[in-house]
Design a protein around this ligand. Structure first.
Ligand code: C2E
Ligand code: CA
Ligand code: CA
Length: 466
């Protein structure tokens, strides 16, 4: 057979284009994220280094915007991973179309995106660009036939002010993003130096919390719950305290969210339940009854698959009667997956434990969903109590909650009662139970034991004020 030189030449030529094409393809694969087609982390880093060099030469600025979707995990958990993936793809498209051609958009991990904004002349330019970025959250997404409103938190760092290399710019944009999350999400923040300090403190504290149980730094205090009419103690809420020697007392409003985030809440929550039960038993052995012991339960605890089993074990181990326990859950913890929350509450109630809805009025409660919830009691949030009876709006809300509880045949208690006027208002409007500084701050087991022995020590307070 005879091959012409020319044919051979063509063959080699097409080989080269193939190689070139597959090289380009390979390069694209190496530089981009397979799911969204956006730049990946390593390509972003290379581009950021290059952009920094350019900015240095031209004495110009650039900005790094770090974007994190809020609560993406729960979307994934509730709607499934394919829906989560689809959302990421739609979001990536929208993000890409919201920036200028020169700006690089990257996806650096699960639900984290970065936009590299070049050619920034003054900080205001970056601000305009970031405000434009926030607009990607305005319209909802249509995912698997469901309309989804997605929000995100954006943190921004600017070269050269907030960092001189890609590492520090990325880290500080991340710190700013984290600060935006802590400021209630769905917002943006530009990096400030004091953010790093706050972040460092947070990380150190979170690490310290990991050892708090072993080092026996946790303790419990009890705040009495009172029958307003006769001043008798009808129960107590158990509240957790953490004394970390290096800093002193850390507020549960600070460390409980940390524990929820890093999973420690399961061990800590079990510890609280066990020790509260042991306390109830110890009082019983002295012939004292606290009535009901109210225990705060965080959403991740309630939703955990092993939760019912763990509660059951503690009940058995401590021998406490479940009828003397009441779990407090917040509205917001139930809203994320209402159906599953209802199932879990029903399982716990089957053990004999009652439920109260904590911080009531601050969440999304609609009457229709309240009716479905298997709870026994509403706990009026202290924000509606603190300005009673003078603030009209709050008085109206408190009244409405009491009326709602009556209509739904639920019991009702008010928290944060600080004055006789507040107690009287509540009583006159049909709320017979209260808890708050007016009666007592949270106190040690020994202190509340004294109150239990003394009986209705709060009666005179009320009578005196009435
Ligand atoms: P919470 O469940 O709403 O607890 C009531 C908080 O209000 C307590 O703060 C209590 O000290 C405070 N308080 C009580 N009476 C008054 C009053 O008259 N006026 C004012 N201004 N405040 C009053 P604390 O102990 O700092 O607890 C804060 C939050 O930490 C609790 O809010 C609860 O959400 C969480 N927490 C505390 N202990 C635990 C726990 O063992 N497990 C879980 N999951 N969360 C807990
Ligand atoms: Ca509570
Ligand atoms: Ca509360």
């Amino acid at each position: 057979m005879h091959f012409s030189g020319l044919t051979n030449y063509v063959a080699i030529f097409s080989d080269i284009t193939d190689i070139k094409r597959s090289q380009q393809k390979l390069q694209h694969m190496v530089q981009h994220d397979a799911l969204t087609g956006l730049a990946n982390r390593s390509f972003l880093n290379a581009q950021l280094e290059r952009a920094i060099a350019v900015a240095q030469r031209h004495r110009s600025m650039l900005a790094v915007a770090f974007i994190d979707l809020d609560r993406f995990k729960s979307i994934n958990d509730c709607m499934g991973h394919p829906a989560g993936d689809e959302l990421l793809q739609r979001f990536a498209e929208r993000l890409q179309s919201s920036v200028r051609k020169v700006d690089l958009v990257a996806r650096i991990s699960g639900d984290e995106f970065v936009v590299l904004i070049e050619d920034v002349v003054k900080k205001e330019d970056a601000l305009i660009a970031v405000k434009k970025l926030m607009e990607v959250f305005t319209d909802s997404f249509l995912i698997s036939g469901q309309e989804l409103r997605v929000t995100g938190s954006i943190g921004v760092s600017v070269f050269p002010d907030d960092g001189e290399n890609s590492l520090s710019l990325m880290r500080n944009a991340d710190v700013a993003m984290y600060s935006a999350k802590r400021n209630g999400r769905n917002t943006y923040e530009f990096y400030r130096e004091d953010m790093s300090v706050a972040m460092l403190e947070h990380v150190l504290l979170e690490n310290a919390l990991r050892g708090a149980l072993q080092r026996e730094e946790l303790s419990l205090v009890y705040q009495p719950q009172i029958n307003i009419k006769d001043g008798r103690i009808i129960g107590a809420e158990v509240l957790l305290r953490w004394c970390y020697p290096q800093v002193g007392n850390v507020s549960p409003d600070v460390f409980i969210p940390m524990a929820e985030n890093n999973g420690l809440i399961h061990a800590i929550g079990a510890w609280v339940l066990e020790h509260a039960c042991l306390q109830v038993k110890s009082w019983q052995s002295k012939g004292l009854t606290i009535g009901r012991m109210a225990i705060n339960v965080a959403a991740p605890q309630l939703m955990h698959i092993n939760y019912i089993r763990d509660v059951e074990k503690i009940l058995l181990r401590t021998g406490v009667s479940p009828q003397s326990l009441e779990f407090e859950v917040t509205e917001s913890s139930i809203i994320e997956d209402t159906e599953q929350a209802i199932r879990q509450i029903e399982r716990v109630r089957a053990l004999g434990i009652e439920f109260a809805m904590d911080d009531f009025g601050t969440g999304y409660s609609s009457l229709s969903y309240l009716k479905k919830l298997p709870i026994n009691r509403l706990k009026i949030d202290r924000s509606f109590v603190s300005n009673l009876p003078y603030a009209k709006d709050e008085a109206a809300i408190a009244e409405a909650i009491i009326a709602m509880s009556k209509a739904l045949e639920l019991e009702v208690i008010a928290e944060g009662v600080e004055s006789a006027e507040q107690a009287m208002f509540l009583l006159n409007h049909g709320c017979a139970e209260a808890q708050g500084y007016y009666y007592s701050k949270p106190v040690s087991a020994v202190e509340i034991e004294k109150m239990m022995i003394a009986g209705n020590i709060f009666k005179y307070l009320k009578d005196g004020a009435a």
